[in-house]
Ligand binder design. Structure first.
Ligand SMILES: Nc1ncnc2c1ncn2[C@@H]1O[C@H](COP(=O)(O)OP(=O)(O)OP(=O)(O)O)[C@@H](O)[C@H]1O
Length: 711
């Protein structure tokens, strides 16, 4: 079997430096041990790169060693998704993660970015600039595989709003706009700027354009650490090249080296040449990690040469994709060696290769250098007030354009208002109107507010965008809560005033502007309360269907315990009276609305039963409805307002504590690497005092000139 190049007895050859974007030479005839790395910049010009450390004082060095990720696998234990992966990413370099679908590319990106799901277990060391640091929440930019965008905005609006949110207040509005415009043009979206992004039910820009909008938003701030999960999916080969080359060129804008890690499926030869390093995975194991330009030779030297005229990346993937071994068995695959065997050969060869040794040495070198902990500068973002204003405006526009958010609800509320108005039309002041008024008010406080749940699916979409933007550090949770609250106010006022007026005046409830306004404000506050409750629910449940079920269940219980269907004095004490009756906002809504309606009115008494000819509203409140009339209706309203604030603070607290707790729980669940960094220095490779660049490593890789093919 072919072995790698650390055998001192064989003739040594090395891989030539990469100097241009023309296809790299695959000849391995001259031994070159380069110490001054010569490398093409990503636009194709030759540049001499300075030492990786000195060029990247502010940059991010990311190393990972012996990284394992496992998920529970039923009763039989756990299944590993990543198995002992080691590697590094450095400023000014683009690392590509490749491998067949399901090999663990996204998992590796998620692990490095600190975004693994809660059902996973992780072990091994991930260090930033040689220090253990949590990476989630704003320390890096991550373009995920799904494009979570606000579908109602145009491309320009989406990028503009994001620029205003992310770029610092020290930049003027016009500078932010200019940055957004430049980035839009860089991503080739200039012809789609005024097209809405679109989504379910409303076609907008194409999938590939959405991909580019997502990238646009994340590169606006020129982040120092950028993760991209399949940035070119949905793009044609030319678009893929332009997008990748612009991403790779980011570090040339201001001379700051950016660390870029991208998982990628099918890079063209031109795109492949943009990569500095390549991490090739198969079933979570490293088949190859090293200079991208040396991968072809690695495969060739181990018996899998790339056929001429074939794209090397296609060849790599075809060699290690075992998902279609059935075809191979039927003779359709074209390969002579079973894929399982090929993978085994390559992974084994890699582990014993000089490339692996260099990678280990590089990791150790980076860890040894004291670059200082990576500091995330909060001041480099827009201030809190700017963020609140921008989020309020963006959310208002979204609510205005999304028919399902409020407009449809307004129409249904008007229809229901008309229904209530006709069913209770002109209820008068007879003794039968005592019950009718109570029933009407109870319906308003319970079921009109209950229907606020109809806006939950739109809110869940907002939450997805919030989660993405929050994880990428665009703004804080408090700014989101403020923005969402203030943008909803005009719509909720509209809903409480128009359907409220129909419901109030046509049946002829207590006359007077003050009474109507009180009624409308209680309706407004209750709707806001239900929205706040649903925010809390949305932060707990995993999807909107479960959210609607949970939200309706909670509200149904509160309605039942609110003191109408079962009068307060008759409610069973455990649970229903204490605490539900006092916790349910319906209690305060009923009390406020009933006091607003009955106080100051009098109704004919049932004289056959004896007693006076009329009965006062206060008496009805006390005796018929068992209301607490020793305090004013304004106290009930104040309690309702207080509950809105409390619910929103609880939502804020839950998101915040989740953010704080997640890294702690993750750290508790993750097992540190048992191994300490152990560098196995290949005696045939000259140790370098400074960390090596891809080309240096490449030029120090010594391989057998002739290796037998695996039979
Ligand atoms: N949280 C999880 N729980 C259970 N299985 C998981 C989890 N995360 C990933 N996996 C499994 O791990 C494997 C690798 O998933 P991953 O998404 O990393 O693959 P990938 O290489 O990015 O695939 P693709 O290229 O198709 O996006 C898959 O089989 C997936 O089902």
């Amino acid at each position: 079997m072919a072995s790698l190049l650390h055998d001192p007895n064989v003739s040594h050859v090395s891989v030539p430096n990469q100097k241009s974007t023309t296809p790299r030479s695959t000849s391995f005839e001259v031994e070159t041990v380069s110490t001054v790395p010569m490398q093409s910049n990503r636009s194709g010009e030759s540049v001499v790169r300075s030492s990786s450390m000195s060029s990247s004082k502010d940059g991010v060095f990311l190393t990972w060693e012996d990284l394992w990720v496992t998920v529970p696998n039923g009763k039989s234990g756990s299944r590993s998704i990543l198995g002992g992966v080691t590697g590094y990413a450095r400023p000014g370099e683009l690392l590509a993660i490749m491998g067949p679908s399901g090999c663990g590319k996204s998992t590796l990106l998620d692990t490095l970015a600190g975004r693994l799901g809660s059902n996973t277990r992780q072990s091994g060391d991930i260090l930033i600039n040689g220090h253990k640091q949590a990476l989630a929440f704003g320390t890096s930019a991550y373009v995920t595989q799904d494009d979570t965008l606000m579908t109602t905005l145009t491309v320009r609006e989406a990028v503009y709003y994001s620029a205003q949110l992310q770029l610092p207040d020290s930049m003027s509005k016009s500078e932010k706009k200019e940055r957004a415009d430049v980035t839009i043009t860089e991503m080739g979206l200039q012809d789609a700027v005024n097209t809405r992004i679109g989504g379910w039910g409303a076609k907008g820009i194409s999938g590939g354009q959405k991909r580019r909008v997502s990238i646009c938003i994340e590169i606006l701030t020129r982040p120092k650490l950028l993760f991209l999960d399949e940035p070119t999916s949905g793009l044609d080969s030319a678009a893929s090249y332009y997008v990748m080359s612009r991403i790779a060129r980011l570090d040339q804008k201001d001379g700051v080296g950016r660390t870029i890690i991208a998982s990628i499926h099918q890079p063209s030869t031109e795109v492949f040449q943009l990569f500095n390093n390549l991490c090739l995975l198969s079933s979570g194991k490293t088949v190859y990690f090293g200079p991208a330009s040396a991968a072809n030779e690695f495969f060739a030297s181990n018996g899998f040469p790339c056929p001429s005229l074939q794209n090397p990346s296609d060849h790599f993937l075809k060699t290690i994709n075992k998902d279609f071994d059935m075809d191979l068995e039927k003779g359709l695959g074209g390969g002579a060696v079973p894929t399982e065997e090929a993978i085994h050969t390559l992974t084994k060869a890699y582990k014993s290769s000089g490339i692996f040794v260099q990678v280990q040495r590089q990791v150790a070198e980076i860890c040894r250098q004291d670059c200082g902990a990576f500091e995330w500068k909060k001041s480099s973002h827009a201030g809190f007030v700017t963020q609140c204003l921008v989020l309020t405006k963006r959310s208002f526009v979204n609510m205005y354009r999304d028919l399902g958010y409020y407009w449809l609800r307004l129409a249904i509320y008007v229809a229901l208002g008309v229904g209530l108005a006709t069913a209770f039309y002109d209820i008068g002041f007879g003794s039968e109107s005592i019950e009718a008024r109570g029933a009407l008010l109870m319906f308003v406080a319970s079921f009109l507010t209950f229907m606020t749940i109809g806006g939950f699916p739109s809110f869940v979409e907002d939450m997805k965008i919030f989660e993405r933007e929050r994880l990428n550090g665009h703004y804080g949770t408090a700014a989101f809560v403020v923005g969402n609250t203030f943008s909803a106010v005009p719509y909720l006022l509209l809903i409480s005033l128009i359907p409220g007026a129909i419901t109030y005046f046509l049946p002829g409830l207590h006359k007077g502007a003050e009474h109507f306004l009180y009624f409308a404000v209680v309706l407004f506050t209750c709707m806001m309360l239900v929205e706040s409750l649903m925010m809390i629910v949305a932060s707990i449940v995993p999807n909107f269907l479960m959210g609607i079920i949970a939200g309706s269940g909670i509200q149904a219980l509160m309605i039942l315990g609110g003191g109408f269907f079962r009068l307060p004095g008759d409610l069973p004490r455990p649970f229903w009276k204490y605490p539900l009756y006092y916790v349910a906002f319906h209690k305060y809504a009923y009390q406020g609305l009933f006091k607003n309606e009955y106080e100051g009115l009098s109704f004919p008494n049932n004289v056959q039963a004896g007693g006076p000819a009329t009965i006062s509203g206060e008496q009805i409140l006390r005796e018929r409805w068992q209301m607490e009339i020793d305090y004013s209706k304004w106290v009930d309203l104040a309690i309702l307002f207080g509950m809105v604030v409390l619910y929103r603070v609880v939502f804020l607290g839950m998101i915040k504590s989740n953010e704080k707790l997640k890294p702690i729980v993750r750290a508790l669940l993750s097992v540190p690497s048992k191994k300490t960094t152990q560098v196995v220095v290949n005696p045939s490779v000259t140790p370098s005092a400074t960390p090596l660049h891809g080309d240096q490593i490449q030029s120090q890789i010594q391989i057998r000139a002739q290796v037998p093919h695996v039979s």
